[in-house]
Design a protein around this ligand. Structure first.
Ligand code: FES
Length: 180
């Protein structure tokens, strides 16, 4: 049975892999936590790994993989580990999975960290009624200050025609006799 090396980037850890199982299964066997929502059915794209080198030593992309990730491997360097088999030595980046696993275990070990607070504020009926009355009173209050209905306080000025902007006449066009 052939044996292949999988080098993990950036740690440089080397995994010895034997057998024809998918990359996902091989990595899981080696104790790596790789997310796989659909269990290897090529429908979730959780199990994506990034190929750093040795892409020629991976099995060609299946129809299911192409349908999910598109034909953009040359840009993203991403492969579905559940659909990929190794035929030689490769270097992979699975740091996203390791980070996710680490943050998941951290939030489990320390409850409340990394989780949203679900504290519910319970208000009594009286408080709600009081708040409603206060907000109504506020909205009916006459705002103070000079700006409130300032047009009612203008007095005589209110009847004056307003001078609109500009106030400049266009000069009539004249010929200069000297020009001719
Ligand atoms: S595990 Fe879901 S696509 Fe690979």
């Amino acid at each position: 049975m052939s044996e292949h090396k999988v080098t993990l980037w950036p740690s440089g850890e080397i995994l010895e892999i034997t057998g024809d199982d998918s990359l996902l299964a091989q990595l899981k066997k080696a104790g790596k936590k790789i997310k796989s929502g659909c269990g290897g059915c090529a429908t979730c794209s959780d199990c994506v790994v990034i190929v750093k080198s040795g892409e020629m030593n991976l099995s060609p992309q299946t129809f299911e993989e192409l349908r999910l990730l598109g034909n953009v491997f040359h840009i993203t360097k991403e492969r579905l580990s559940c659909q990929t088999r190794i035929t030689g030595d490769v270097t992979l980046d699975i740091s996203a999975h390791e980070k996710a696993a680490a943050s998941g275990s951290a939030s489990k070990s320390a409850p409340g960290r990394g989780q949203k607070s679900t504290k519910t504020i319970i208000k009594k009926r009286d408080d709600i009624v009081r708040a409603e009355i206060e907000s109504k009173e506020k909205s009916q209050e006459k705002p103070s200050g000079d700006w409130y209905r300032h047009w009612e306080n203008e007095g005589d000025d209110a009847n004056k025609p307003k001078r609109l902007g500009g106030n400049k006449r266009v000069k009539p066009f004249t010929f200069n006799d000297n020009d001719e």
